[in-house]
Design a protein around this ligand. Structure first.
Ligand SMILES: NC(=O)c1ccc[n+]([C@@H]2O[C@H](COP(=O)([O-])OP(=O)(O)OC[C@H]3O[C@@H](n4cnc5c(N)ncnc54)[C@H](OP(=O)(O)O)[C@@H]3O)[C@@H](O)[C@H]2O)c1
Length: 230
């Protein structure tokens, strides 16, 4: 893999992904909103930046040209199908056979077998209610985005992030297929390591058509699991 595209490159997760991708020697094309281009000044001369809305098919078409991999930050912002529009544009415009990696949270489920803690259920309910009231976030649209990804025949992976914190890298997060599995109990990942997992997934075919729920490799639940499995 030589050239990759990062859709949503200017956000916190996006910038960490840019750095990891450059560290691995990839040629990087980043897409971000026009107003956010300045956030990528630290990478000037090292990446190509295409300004525009991430749900604009023409923008995505140009950005993914010649890319073997696309990393997409799926955010539920706005009330205009931003998330599903972004996912659809990437699904339709990426190279056939390209590795497509999408980010989202634990609240997304692939097979309905996740068992959610009450606290997370309450948070999601609140986010949905506030979203409908303010039209600032649209969780249902992020769910729709993932439904379309899961139904597609592309080589996708949807990486489901736990709660996130800042801090130095602790290494590649561990993962499980279902929220509720004991290894995930700590529900915390460093954002820099979430980005590392996304970038590493580009070259990990075992993750094709998986929706790994991740947790930091140094969290108590991950350490306890490692000790148990010897
Ligand atoms: N935050 C958490 O605790 C958490 C937990 C689990 C999973 N996740 C997942 O992690 C990913 C990144 O989340 P993050 O919290 O770390 O955010 P982030 O990296 O800061 O990314 C936010 C992204 O949303 C864009 N954005 C912000 N406001 C927008 C708007 N009004 N319209 C369109 N785009 C807008 C930003 O673009 P600009 O740079 O242009 O503003 C940026 O690309 C998401 O997929 C999220 O579902 C987050």
């Amino acid at each position: 893999m030589k050239k990759i595209c990062i859709v949503g490159a200017s956000g916190k997760l996006g910038q960490y992904m840019v750095q990891h991708a450059l560290d691995r020697g990839y040629e990087v094309v980043g897409v971000c909103r026009e107003r956010s281009v300045g956030k990528l000044d630290g990478f000037k001369g090292r990446i190509a930046v295409i300004p525009g809305a991430t749900n604009d098919r023409e923008v995505i078409k140009r950005a993914v040209e010649g890319c073997d991999g696309v990393l997409t930050v799926l955010v539920p912002w706005g009330a205009h199908q931003y998330s599903s529009g972004t996912a659809q544009a990437v699904l339709d415009c990426a190279y056939p056979g390209a590795r497509l990696i999408f980010s989202c949270g634990w609240h997304i489920t692939l097979d309905g077998k996740d068992v959610y803690p009450q606290s997370l259920k309450r948070e999601e309910k609140l986010a949905r209610w506030l979203g409908r009231l303010t039209r600032i976030v649209d969780i249902d649209d992020q769910v729709e985005a993932c439904r379309r990804i899961f139904a597609s025949e592309t080589r996708w992976t949807v990486v489901r992030g736990s709660d996130l914190e800042e801090g130095e890298s602790q290494g590649l997060p561990v993962w499980s297929r279902h929220v509720g599995d004991p290894i995930l109990e700590s529900n915390m990942t460093r954002r820099v390591d979430y980005a590392l997992f996304m970038v590493a997934a580009l070259e990990n075919d075992e993750l094709v058509h998986e929706a790994p729920a991740i947790v930091g490799c140094r969290t108590p639940s991950a350490i306890a699991h490692a000790a148990e499995s010897g």
